[in-house]
Write a protein that binds this ligand. Structure first.
Ligand code: GRF
Length: 211
């Protein structure tokens, strides 16, 4: 009996380029999973359009209807149960994830962050802010991290990382562009390993089992 295809939900807040890389790799059968649900807190998130264009359920959950973090995540939980979700991917998702979801999906929520965690992670480090801080510090390398989500902010067990050398002439926007390319490689690979049941967490460290 082969591995059952995992059902994947992707949460977005913006353009959804990481979602797009997952959709493209799913088309290539790169991982044993199917994106069956895309949710955004932002009704104008282009990520919702990308989902619709690919016949994937695209749902806007408004914070007006679910005004507290707990009520909001309770609604997400209902959707995840309805769609029989095995893996939740945060791809440019900017809302706080409450312990409610984390306890229901332990080491089943993956986040992509545009820096080499733990550096340049935590509250306030999102989007261009991350690369602005990297630039101002004069860092010589940056990169992307994929990690499991725990109760902290960008503090969960690290699954994959990839570093790039920074050209000293790059402004934050160029750093962002180059790091985004890394993200688009790393996130599908982490999803591939998850769908193949190759990720094991031991003492906050992620072990990738041999294929
Ligand atoms: C990306 O830099 C991602 O690392 C961060 O949100 C940004 C937007 O990603 N979490 P996307 O284009 O919406 O996927």
């Amino acid at each position: 009996m082969g591995i059952q295809k995992k059902k994947i939900a992707v949460l977005v807040s913006g353009g959804g380029s990481n979602l797009q890389s997952l959709i493209d790799q799913q088309e290539n059968s790169f991982f044993e999973g199917e994106i069956v649900l895309v949710v955004s807190n932002n009704k104008n998130a282009y990520g919702l359009i990308r989902a619709q264009e690919n016949e994937i359920a695209a749902i806007h959950v408004s914070k007006k209807d679910y005004p507290t973090n707990e009520l909001y995540d309770q609604k997400l939980l209902e959707l995840f149960l309805e769609y029989k979700i095995d893996l939740i991917v945060l791809a440019g998702y900017l809302r706080y994830v409450t312990p409610l979801l984390i306890e229901k999906y332990p080491n089943k929520i993956i986040n992509i962050h545009p820096s080499l965690l733990p550096s340049f992670g935590g509250y306030g480090f999102y989007g261009l802010n991350v690369h602005q801080a990297v630039y101002e510090k004069g860092a010589k390398v940056s990169g992307a991290s994929v990690h499991f989500v725990d109760e902290g902010k960008d503090t969960g067990p690290i699954i994959l990382q990839k570093a790039i050398d920074l050209d000293q002439n790059w402004q934050p926007e160029q750093i962002q562009t180059e790091v985004l390319k890394i993200e688009h490689q790393l996130l599908p690979l982490a999803v591939k390993y998850f769908c193949a049941d190759r990720l094991v967490v031991e003492n906050h460290r992620v072990i990738i089992l041999e294929d």
